[in-house]
Design a binder for this molecule. Structure first.
Ligand code: ADP
Ligand code: MG
Length: 678
């Protein structure tokens, strides 16, 4: 039998079970081997009955007596007495009538479960049981708990995975021996066995460490190799025109920050080479990435080549279109900027397609509409992707493919991640950081507000509007839902514009509105024709209305930390003092997450906190989920990550060849396909 064989080749796995396993995306024996536990219960301590203490316990004994009965309709109780040489203990099972006939007389069993008071007697409730053997899987050990599906419990999954142990023990080593030796790692096959059936918590730790090491080494190798290949691609070198750059800067309404300057400089350097630029511009919300993008595009346009900028939402694409046209106006380049979004009507759209194809439009700004088949770029020199974490790899690739050669790429993200981590996750990219915000910014004051203080906040909003400022009110839902008790945008809008904020110009914006309406409302707000915008998370990314200085967030418990931070990033975009009010719902005491949110504005700190809470999901583009999961790597363990990265680098430096390590090779190749941008 082979690892690629279907699971139903395993003893004890029939077509029915195979079908259930399919629901868990497990088809082959190999899938099963890599179906890792989500967590563990520690029942490893086998305790003499006389010495039991309340808690998770395992005893080893024989069943002395056992009876089952219905105490009332729908409640069946099985009671048993088990003994070892030190004493006896009561076992109780609820609604498991088969228990009464399950045990062989005089055979020894392990019983694992919670030892506690029940009906004034100490008992083990609903214990797992298993005949004593040298390799128990459900009791008397650290027991793996898997993600289950209806009809397939962890209990069953354990027995199926136990059947793969002969394969697991035969798994070849994936890493070079020198790495395993130097780091004193468990062998690959031992690690996999220990992950499923740990012999001790120490062994489990070692296995986790080893598999985490593998993940980072593989990801780093993929990135390093991709980087090498990219270097061999030919791109169009972009000449640097100092005068043009100086003129652009002199026409800006503000002075660039040092970080912006450095980023632009790095980008210009990169683009002068014939190998394509592959750069990540990482900067917290409001750090001023757009102007860096515009300035990067400048040189490319000057050379008569096209630039494409893709943004995740239409609102954002339209805003970029306006901002960038304005920035390029003093140089007479604004007429070369064009907008392409999904909601454009047939004629308008096909005209834009033509203008792009003919090269009349040089700076193409848009949404996913840019990657539509109909779009033919003329001579694409630079691709810019804004808010990259919102895109999947496929979408980025499709855009790059429009060039027909390897264009320079600038990827922008506001997902602030620690540098060591960024290097691992985006290892094939060079990184420019915008750490400092524009000088004029004041820290946003963030406050948790109890429901009783709502009238006070409404007053503050009114005063701010009188002083000429604008306000966002963010809700999690579009319309009233019976299921989830959260404030809806539509309901709140009704209430505010007819009552609490009567007399102010209040607008409503949410994702389900027709595109024309969205555009109208957004531009009214941007042009200060609305004072207050009641909205959903449609404004989460990118929206830039510097005059908005107050944000009130409703039902904050419905938002993730990163999302809250992105939302708050809509204010504090000028020298006006900004305030963020987090409205507590009655039902929720402030969580740790919300408290963290009010206490810091440092996106890097918050994202680190988020990583602790939620894992790497927040960082990847959606379509990368699953393919790039770092299951065993603690993303906050910078030391372990750097260490593994070094080994990957040494692998390359030593001139090791992947083909000599087939398992590693296969995995790295897969990762390269997922992470490669070109
Ligand atoms: P983000 O990094 O979130 O994309 P934006 O590019 O939207 O940030 O910039 C946020 C705001 O800051 C914009 O209104 C922009 O005009 C302004 N801005 C950018 N750079 C500077 C600067 N150096 N000084 C002052 N304001 C700036
Ligand atoms: Mg932005």
């Amino acid at each position: 039998m082979e690892l690629t064989d279907s699971v139903d080749k395993l003893p004890g796995v029939g077509p029915a079970v195979a079908k259930l396993l399919q629901r868990l995306k497990v088809r082959t024996i190999s899938d099963l081997i890599h179906y890792y536990p989500r967590r563990y219960d520690d029942y490893s301590n086998v305790i003499p009955i006389a010495k039991l203490h309340p808690g998770s316990v395992t005893v080893r004994g024989v069943i002395k007596q056992i009876t089952g009965r219905y105490v009332r309709r729908g409640l069946h109780i099985t009671e048993a007495v088990a003994s070892d040489e030190t004493g006896s203990i009561r076992l109780v099972w609820f609604n498991q009538p088969y228990r009464a006939s399950q045990f062989k007389k005089d055979s020894e069993y392990y019983f694992s479960g919670d030892y506690q008071l029940s009906n004034r007697r100490f008992s083990i409730l609903n214990p797992a049981s298993e005949q004593v053997s040298s390799f128990p899987v459900n009791t008397a050990r650290i027991v793996p708990i898997y993600k289950e599906t209806k009809g397939l419990t962890s209990h069953k999954i354990r027995s199926i995975i136990k059947a793969t142990l002969p394969y697991i023990r035969d798994l070849p080593e994936s890493l070079p021996d020198w790495m395993v030796d130097e780091q004193s790692l468990l062998s690959y096959s031992q690690s996999i066995e220990q992950i499923h059936f740990p012999a001790s918590s120490d062994k489990l730790k070692q296995a986790t460490k080893r598999l985490g090491f593998d993940e980072v080494v593989e990801l780093t190798l993929a990135a390093l190799l991709n980087k090498q290949t990219i270097k061999h691609d030919a791109s169009l070198a972009i000449a640097f025109d100092k005068k043009l750059a100086t003129t652009f800067v002199s026409k800006l309404p503000f002075e660039l920050t040092d970080d912006q300057r450095r980023a632009v400089w790095q980008i210009y350097q990169d683009m002068q080479a014939v190998s394509p630029m592959n750069r990540l511009l990482e900067g917290d919300v409001g750090s001023g990435k757009t102007v860096v993008a515009a300035m990067s595009a400048l040189m490319v346009l000057k050379q008569g080549l096209q630039v494409a900028l893709m943004a995740p939402t239409e609102i954002l694409a339209r805003q970029h279109y306006q901002t960038i046209a304005k920035l390029l106006q003093p140089l007479g380049l604004d007429h070369t900027v064009g907008l392409l979004v999904g909601s454009q009507k047939g004629k308008e759209k096909s005209l834009m397609h033509q203008r792009i194809e003919s090269g009349e439009v040089k700076f193409i700004i848009g949404t996913h509409a840019l990657i539509a088949e109909k779009v033919t770029m003329h001579k694409l020199g630079l691709v810019i992707i804004d808010e990259q974490h919102r895109f999947g790899v496929d979408e980025r690739k499709k855009l790059l493919a429009k060039a027909g050669h390897a264009p320079h790429t600038l990827i922008m993200t506001a997902t602030p991640i620690p540098r060591s981590l960024a290097l691992t996750l985006f290892g094939d990219l060079d990184i420019s950081l915008l750490k400092s915000k524009p000088k004029n910014r004041k820290a946003i004051k963030t406050e948790l507000v109890p429901p009783s203080s709502r009238p006070k906040i409404i007053d503050i909003i009114k005063k701010a509007v009188i002083n000429g400022h604008q306000v966002y009110i963010v809700c999690p839902l579009v319309d009233e839902s019976a299921v989830v008790p959260a404030v809806s945008a539509e309901k709140l809008y009704e209430q505010l514009h007819t009552r609490d904020l009567k007399g102010l110009r209040v607008g409503l914006l949410h994702g389900q509105m027709p595109s024309d309406d969205k555009e109208r409302v957004m531009s009214e707000f941007a042009n200060a024709k609305l004072d207050v915008l009641v909205c959903t998370t449609v404004i989460e990314v990118g929206v830039d209305v510097p005059n908005a200085s107050i944000m009130m967030i409703e039902s904050p418990e419905r938002f993730g930390l990163a999302q809250l931070h992105q939302l708050r990033g809509r204010i504090g975009r000028s020298d006006i003092q900004s305030y963020c009010y987090v409205m507590m719902s009655d039902a929720h005491a402030p969580s740790q997450r919300l408290r963290a949110f009010t206490q810091t504005q440092d996106g890097f700190k918050l994202s680190e906190y988020d990583l602790h809470l939620r894992g790497p999901g927040a960082i990847y583009g959606t379509s990368q989920h699953g393919e790039l999961d770092l299951t065993f790597t603690r993303l906050t363990d910078v030391k372990a990550i750097s260490n593994a990265r070094e080994y990957a680098q040494r692998f390359i430096d030593k001139g090791c060849k992947l083909v000599q390590y087939p398992v590693l090779n296969e995995r790295v190749s897969k990762l390269r396909a997922v992470t490669n941008l070109n």
